[in-house]
Every structure is written in C-alpha cells, then in structure tokens.
Design a protein around this ligand. Structure first.
Ligand SMILES: [Zn+2]
Length: 611
C-alpha cells in the first residue's frame, strides 16, 4: 500500500502508438486443466450500475454439513485497518438447488449461518453497495466497475483453501475485464481462483477501458488504462518493462504467469497484489516534460510492483495465511513497506531511469519526513508497525505529534542495513542477498513467513557480524547516526541544517473544510485539536483568510484567535514564531578509500541516462 498525491498538469496526448508485443492473449487456462469438482462458483452482475449495487450469487455444491457459516472479510491484506466490509452487503438470501429458501441467522457482524442439513447444493445471493472509489473499496457506476474482492465475495468458514470460479456479467456494452485471476479460455468472462486467498488478492476492473498487452522476459503483462487518462503510454510501457526486468532480476525469477497493472482513478493510493496492482493515476503522470512528477509516478508504480516480492512472498509470518476476521499484528511493516520504498529508488536507478542524485534526493526526503515528525521521539518503527491498525489507518488529529511513518523510517533503516552489510563483507554481500535469502528459504523452501528473529538472523548471517545498533534503531527512538553509515560508501550527510518553512507559524494545521475550519496537529499550548476557527483579530475567518492575514504579519506579532471548543467560543492570543525544518543533504566525500569507492559504485549508478 502506498498513499501518495501527485500534483501537476495534464498534457494533452496528441498522438499515441503502443506496443502489442505478442499476438495472442495467453493469460488463460483451459477448463480441462482445472481441478475436478470445484464446489464454489460466483456470478457477479451489474444490470443497473447507476444504483451502485453488484448482485452476487454463490452456488455451493457437494455440501455435507448441517450448517455453513458464510463470512465477509473485515479487512483487506495490504491495508492494515478494519473496514467492516459486511456493512455494504444487503438482501442476503439462501436457498437449495430448486430455489426453496433455507433458514439462516447472523452469528457476528460478518457471519451468516445457513441451515444446510441434508442439502447437497446451497445457493447464496446478496447485493453489495459499491460507491467507494479507492484501491480497497468497490465501485460501480455507468462508467466502470471496480471489484475490491474482500468487499464483494463471501467465503464459507473453514474452506479458505478451496478453489472457486467467478463469472463476471458486465453491464451491457462493456467489453474490457482486467484482473489477476486466471481466465478460463473456453468459458466467457469466467475466471479461476485456486483458493480464497487468491480470490481476495485479485481486484477486477470492468468497463470499456483500454488494455495494453506487453511481454517481459516471455511473460505476458497488461496495463488497464481508464478512458479519461492521458498517460504517455508508449514511454510508460517502455519504462515499465525496464523496471520489471530489473526488479525480477534482483530476486532471480518471475514467480507469476501473468501480471496486470490496473489504473482506476485519480484519488491517490495504490495496492499491491501477487500478480497485479491497483493504482490511482493522477494528473502529472502523463506530463513527461515534468520529469520530477513522472519520476514520482514511476517510483509509486515500482513500489506497488516490488511488493509482489516484499510482503506478498517475502513476508512476516503474521501476514499470511490471513485471518480475515480480525487484525493481523506484525512489528515488521518497517521492512515490508519501508524496504519497498528503499527498493523503488534502487530498482529505478539500476533500470537507468533514476540517477544517483535522484536516489540521494529521495533518501533525504524520507529521512526528512521521519526526522521532522515530532512523533519520532515517541514511537519506534516496530511500534508504528504493530499499531498501524489504530495509528496509521485510523489517524486522530494529533498523529504527527505522536506517531511516525514506518515507510520513512523503514526506508532509512534499509539504507543503513544495505551499506553496513556491503561494508562488513567487503562488498561481497548486500541487502539484495538478504531479500533473495528470505525469498528462497521462507517463501520457496519452507512456504511460510519469517519471524522477527529469523529476519534479523538472515541479515546478520549475511553481514557476518552483529547489526545490533540498526535493530535497536528499529525498536527504539534512539537518534540515528546517519553520517557513520553513509561514510561507509564515502558519502557525507549534513544533519545540522535547518530552514525556516513558515515565518509566522501560529501553532497548528488547518483542515480544508471551509464550512468548519478546524485545527489539528496542534503544537501551541493555548489551542486544541478539533478547535473550530471562528475569527481572527475580531474578523470572521476561515482557512483562506487566516492564511492571507498571516502573510501580512511577522514573527513576534500577536494575533487574537477566537475558536469554538466544545460548543463554547474561546479567545486565545497567539504569538507568531518561525517554524523550522531539519534538512539533509547527501554528498560524495573527497578522498574516499578504494573500498568506499567500490561500495558506492556497485550500489548506485551515476549516469544521467535520459533527460
Ligand atoms: Zn506499500
């Protein structure tokens, strides 16, 4: 998962050619190759998309129990927050093969118990309200449908390992379906999932979007592009190809038979899956004259792609098999998310798309993000991971002050670990060897995730030495000694520079809601989170007018704020003060030793390949 917002302008796409590098669509499998007696078959229809309801029917055959508990997941792997997807389900019904109703009752918020005594076949039907356009929400309107599977498909309790079939009945006139599920060649619009984990891992976009097929290392890939998007597809496919080649070379193999990039809108955010990813596709990605915005977009896509290894296959033990009924706690999101951020930059550098300076710039952005959050003095990387369920995805108004981002700190710790392992082994090993080691030992050989201790052992065995200082950085709020580790590659980092980012800071952030402009991330003792701004210096005020007023002031001036707190107006005089930010800059040191030079050269490419 990654949350990112892109800013920029659309470039009108005047001319466009794209690559179709193979002639036949080979994502499919023949029905003769399917397991015999698949017991669970879904049919999803969307006859009236304007009302935002999917209709879902699940036919269960070869049943032999007195009752079946049907469940809907309460969360989506990759999004570590409780979503309570069953709240969107309506009109649950159960019947036998002839349509005779079967009794059922609910046993929990997401469980329907159906009386199936003496019934070989049970048919379940329900509707799903789909109005959330996000990578973890389902959406349906007259322009497209997006199925986030954990909010559309229910599963029979205890049968998560069973295969299933899904038949999609698109709205009339819709011709495109994009999904990571295996298509069955001889059954139109029908797909196969080898178990429910696979089903829940394969979102599906349906509509009249454009589908561009391309091949990397002999494996079919496809890109689903929504009609409104103006992405420069020729260039994007070329860069995607290089990125996929580099990322899969890092681990040593391509572990899927086909891969689908799904772009679905411009709301921000992306979600990783085993052989697909869902991406919001915002403005500047098309504008290749704005290389900074385009590189940010590529970085974001690389993040979601590389997750197919790091988190989907190289994973902490808590993250699969999943318990879809409740939170799955792990201390290791600083590795699963933070290292994925770190590898965004390395992969694009190795692919010839990012320069060394680009990498330095992005490393320092993550370090700056971490070091400037007041919460970095309170929350460790392991705690922020464990508490993602209540801190990252359920943020309160004070989150900057008491929490960190495991993306930022995890990226910084990945950098430190990589440099330390390279130095300790005279550049014979690196973090790449750790990732390959974890993939081969836990994913391929043992077919499970790793514990915290096993992860540390893999790192320390690879380094041939203790890495206790770095692992203490992960589990504590100890101040990180960046210069010590960057110097291993002959680099310096300026850790003392501060810049003033706001001359007249009044001690809080303002919400964007114009009708109810409230304060959050409050850093001023006289103000409170949730205070509603009423007036400034006696004049009615909102975010815009306060921002304008502050531009006319200077540090040391006092403004008189009136805010509503608990329904009561409160007056607070605030002395404006400069707000500073720590900045970081990485540079090459003069007089590097041969080992430092070797480490830097083998770690990051220098050249500017393309403007
Ligand atoms: Zn992520």
């Amino acid at each position: 998962m990654k949350r990112k917002l892109f800013r920029g302008t659309y470039l009108l796409l005047l001319a466009f050619t794209f690559l179709i590098a193979f002639s036949t669509k080979s994502n499919g499998i023949n029905s003769s190759l399917l397991p015999e007696n698949i017991q669970y078959s879904f049919a999803v229809s969307m006859e009236n998309p304007g009302n935002h309801y999917f209709h879902v029917e699940l036919t269960c055959t070869s049943q032999n129990t007195d009752f079946i508990d049907f469940k809907m997941p309460v969360w989506t792997p990759g999004y570590y927050g409780i979503q309570n997807n069953s709240k969107h389900l309506a009109g649950f019904k159960a019947s036998d093969a002839q349509g005779k109703p079967l009794n059922f009752f609910k046993t929990s918020k997401n469980t329907w118990r159906v009386n199936s005594k003496n019934e070989k076949t049970v048919v379940i039907s329900y509707n799903v309200y789909a109005s959330e356009l996000s990578v973890v929400g389902s959406y349906l309107d007259v322009s497209k449908a997006f199925i986030s599977p954990t909010s559309v498909y229910i599963f029979p309790d205890g049968q998560i390992g069973q295969p299933s079939l899904v038949t999609i009945n698109p709205y009339k006139g819709w011709k495109s379906i994009s999904t990571g599920l295996d298509q069955i060649d001889d059954q139109p619009n029908t797909y196969y999932a080898s178990d429910f984990d696979v089903l829940f891992d394969c979102p599906t976009l349906i509509g009249n979007h454009q589908v561009i097929d391309f091949v990397v290392k002999g494996i079919p890939h496809s890109l689903a592009v929504s009609a409104k998007d103006t992405l420069d597809k020729t260039r994007f496919i070329s860069d995607l190809t290089k990125m996929v080649e580099t990322a899969t070379s890092l681990i040593g193999e391509i572990p899927y038979t086909h891969y689908t990039f799904i772009t679905i809108g411009s709301f921000g955010g992306g979600m990783e899956h085993g052989n697909s990813c869902a991406l919001s596709c915002t403005d500047p990605v098309s504008d290749t004259t704005n290389m900074e915005g385009y590189k940010e977009w590529l970085s974001f896509v690389t993040h979601e792609y590389f997750h197919l290894f790091n988190v989907k296959r190289i994973r902490p033990i808590a993250l699969g098999p999943f318990d879809y009924d409740r939170e799955c706690y792990t201390n290791m999101l600083w590795v699963s998310e933070g290292f994925t951020v770190y590898y965004e930059y390395l992969i694009l550098n190795r692919a010839g798309i990012f320069t060394r300076d680009d990498c330095f710039k992005y490393f320092t952005e993550n370090i700056t993000g971490y070091e400037n959050r007041p919460g970095h003095l309170l929350e460790s990387a392991t705690s922020s991971s464990f508490d993602a369920w209540i801190h990252f995805f359920e943020r309160d108004g004070d989150n900057r002050n008491n929490t960190i981002s495991y993306y930022d700190k995890g990226c910084a710790l990945g950098l430190l670990l990589d440099l330390k392992i390279r130095n300790a082994t005279k550049n014979q090993k690196s973090l790449d060897d750790v990732m390959r080691g974890l993939y081969n030992k836990y994913y391929k050989e043992l077919k499970r995730g790793f514990t915290d201790e096993e992860f540390r052992s893999m790192c320390e065995n690879m380094a041939g030495t203790s890495l206790s200082e770095i692992f203490e950085y992960a589990s504590t709020v100890n101040e990180i000694d960046y210069p010590k580790y960057l110097s291993l590659a002959g680099l310096s980092i300026d850790t003392v520079a501060h810049i003033i980012v706001d001359e007249t800071y009044f001690g809080a952030s303002l919400s964007n809601d114009t009708d109810n402009c409230s304060l959050y991330n409050v850093w001023n003792a006289g103000l409170g989170n949730g205070d509603q701004l009423l007036s400034v210096d006696g004049q009615k005020a909102d975010k815009e007018s306060l921002t304008s007023l502050l531009k006319t002031k200077k540090a040391g001036d006092t403004i008189s704020l009136s805010v509503k707190r608990d329904g009561i107006p409160v007056n607070v005089d605030v002395v404006l003060a400069p707000k500073t930010k720590r900045t970081f800059e990485i540079e090459q040191m003069q007089g590097s030793t041969p080992l430092q030079k070797l480490e830097l050269e083998s770690w990051l490419k220098q050249e500017e390949i393309r403007k």
